[in-house]
Design a protein. Structure first.
Length: 356
């Protein structure tokens, strides 16, 4: 593979640098006659920290062609690393494709019987949750995904899915198997037991109180707020006329979501960018999520970091240091000035190959 060369302001260093790509890896040693792949602003590959390759608007995407299309949409948006927060189908074949994003998987969603999207999660009862968490810990890439709350049609609103003892046992089993635990939760009521159980990450987190944000900051519990997904709450509420309490609740949660993110950042909670692509959100929208985080109060640099180098470090992936895999994105303009620049990369390099 011929050596390549990129020059520009490299983030997060914020310094003008030269990078060479040799045998698929970053090198800071000059290589004569290397092929130039562009100049501008150079970032480590972006990260979609909440994504579902293999899940579409109509449910599971069973065919490889459909999964490939989703992966390419994410890749072409600059998302070269994806944390797949639960997929109903096997996408391991993607790992053999050097032109498709790296995926860190959480196995299958674990949900209560008839308390989640049909056909998406594995449905178990509380007594079986700990064993199921251990199985999914071994099936994933270091993560387990729990569904913490969902609409209870008998109550007419969001309610928690799990008793506290089942949650504690499930998190303990997952941790013992070497996995971290992340949890879907919208409501206020589910959060205390989830945090008491020691989960490692909260997805969405619209029900967070100031007190619980303080707990997260103290423990280093991460938040992936998926703001572009939260922006669908009013439309969900509009379709939920049979459940007026739920509809009103969803509107309240949407109205306070950005304030909750701002408070979390100010408290020191690690916040990462995730789109919740699959289901109701199209793939390839990581730039939109970074823009939404900036609008919620993160500085431009913080929002970019949440979608790039900080998220990579959180997922134990390197940035652009010497010897690291060459996963990088080049932009013609400065995303620190306008985060929307992230939507228009001029060059994308994955595993040392120019893919766009």
């Amino acid at each position: 593979m011929p050596a390549m060369h990129a020059r520009g302001v490299v983030l997060p260093d914020e310094q003008q640098r030269d990078l060479w790509i040799v045998d698929g890896r970053i090198s800071t040693t000059p290589v004569p006659d290397a092929t130039s792949i562009g100049t501008g602003f150079v970032l480590p590959g972006l990260v979609d920290a909440h994504c579902h390759i293999g899940l579409g608007f109509d449910g599971p995407v069973e065919d490889a062609a459909g999964q490939e299309e989703q992966a390419i949409q994410d890749r072409d948006a600059g998302a070269l690393l994806v944390r797949d927060c639960g997929s109903p189908v096997d996408t391991r074949w993607i790992d053999e494709r050097p032109d498709l994003p790296r995926i860190v998987r959480a196995g299958r969603h674990l949900a209560r019987t008839r308390r989640y999207l049909p056909g998406v999660g594995l449905e178990v009862e509380p007594d079986d949750l700990p064993a199921a968490a251990e199985i999914q810990a071994k099936a994933g890439d270091g993560w387990v995904k729990l569904v913490g709350d969902w609409i209870d049609r008998e109550v007419g609103d969001l309610t928690p899915l799990w008793p506290a003892d089942a949650l504690r046992s499930a998190v303990e089993r997952a941790h013992a198997a070497g996995a971290r635990v992340t949890v879907h939760t919208f409501s206020e009521d589910a959060l205390p037991d989830l945090l008491d159980a020691g989960v490692d990450c909260i997805e969405h987190g619209t029900g967070l109180s100031d007190e619980l944000i303080g707990v997260m900051a103290e423990r280093g519990t991460a938040l992936v707020p998926t703001l572009i997904n939260i922006d669908t709450f009013p439309a969900i509420a509009d379709r939920a006329s049979r459940f007026p309490a739920y509809a009103a609740h969803m509107r309240r949660l949407h109205a306070r979501a950005r304030d909750r993110v701002r408070t979390a950042v100010e408290a020191g909670v690690p916040v990462f960018a995730g789109t919740d692509a699959g289901g109701g959100i199209a793939h390839g929208r990581i730039a939109d999520e970074a823009v939404a985080l900036h609008g919620a109060g993160l500085s431009a640099l913080e929002a970019i970091a949440a979608a790039s180098w900080r998220a990579r470090a959180w997922l134990a992936m390197p940035g652009l240091e010497d010897g690291a895999p060459a996963d990088l994105v080049v932009y013609p303009e400065d995303p620190r000035v306008d985060v929307r620049v992230l939507a228009a990369p001029s060059r994308i390099v994955l595993r040392g190959r120019v893919v766009r």
